[in-house]
Design a protein around this ligand. Sequence first.
Ligand SMILES: Cc1ncc(COP(=O)(O)O)c(C=O)c1O
Length: 361
Amino acid sequence: MDIQVIPVEADQLRTPPTSDFGFCRVFANRMFTQRYAPNRGWYDARIEPYGPLQLDPATVSLHYAQMIFEGMKAYRREDGRINLFRPWENMRRFNNSARRMAMATVDEEEHLAAICKLIDLEAEWVPSETDASLYIRPTMLATDTTLGVKASAAYLHYVIISPVGPYFSEGFNPVSVYITDEYVRAVRGGVGEAKTGGNYAASLYAGEEARKKGYSQVLWLDAIERRYVEEVGAMNICFVYEGRRIVTPPLNGSILPGVTRKSVIELGRHLGYEVVEAQVDVYEMMNDVKSGRITEVFGCGTAAVIAPVGRLGFRDEEIVVSDGLAGPVSHQLFSHLTDIQYGRAPDPFGWIYTIPQNGSA
Ligand SMILES: Cc1ncc(COP(=O)(O)O)c(C=O)c1O
């Protein structure tokens, strides 16, 4: 892929923040874009100044949500170079989402090379502060302009990047979770396993309701029996039994196949835990937390890596997990994974891709 690099006007250049990053509050000076048409394939690849997109009001993705995205991070190593964590998994998931949403797919190698080139050019936006990182958001929009309900022929693919602070800015604190059996996020046969905007729109109302009840995240149950645990907020979920057995729900079509989930399974086994993908019945789970058989509950995802759960609410009941503290398994997995991501520990799994420097990506 030939990528045209368009300079940013000197008076438009912004300098990256060095503290108080928050989550995606400001974006780097440039973004990657390319367009698709059936008779041309992907064309007009550019790294151009970050700025508003011009979209016709009848653009298909604005009406029928034919869009997908990804979420991944770049990490600054101690030697100054920049790591990506299992980027091939995100590239593959992007295309899986594209296929499910009847969209054009991208060349995975070229997509990764474009991301590397963008980050290499905007390297000053990758923070060096402890536990800060650069969030990468590849996105694809259906761009046909018609109100007919059918798959678009034309697409816009773009990548924007933004520095983000540590998820746990005040220590590794457990989150509170409300289990809803009233609302569902996704259903088997639907689009739950695709990273598409509608899944997130569908989660917002229940998220607000949970917040009103004093919880920060929603735990979703399966849409059919409303009994089996699926995900928590925008994370996969794991339960630790007796400190040594980690259980996570199997990928059943409505759960997003998380890269962190996959890494927890592989790293957990490597560390000697028994790791099982099995259905978790919400009623049994609540009893197992109460009896102390479940010793820890944690969410896992790119943003937090590991998010311990300290409180679970279900209907009118509330129970405390691990005395409301982050447990040892959560701690161990968090530090092991982040050490690999930042290059502080060896990577026996081949998960790290270090970005080639000086525009050579
Ligand atoms: C719904 C949902 N589940 C799980 C995850 C975790 O996936 P990953 O570990 O790839 O970030 C995410 C975040 O991307 C998500 O949005």
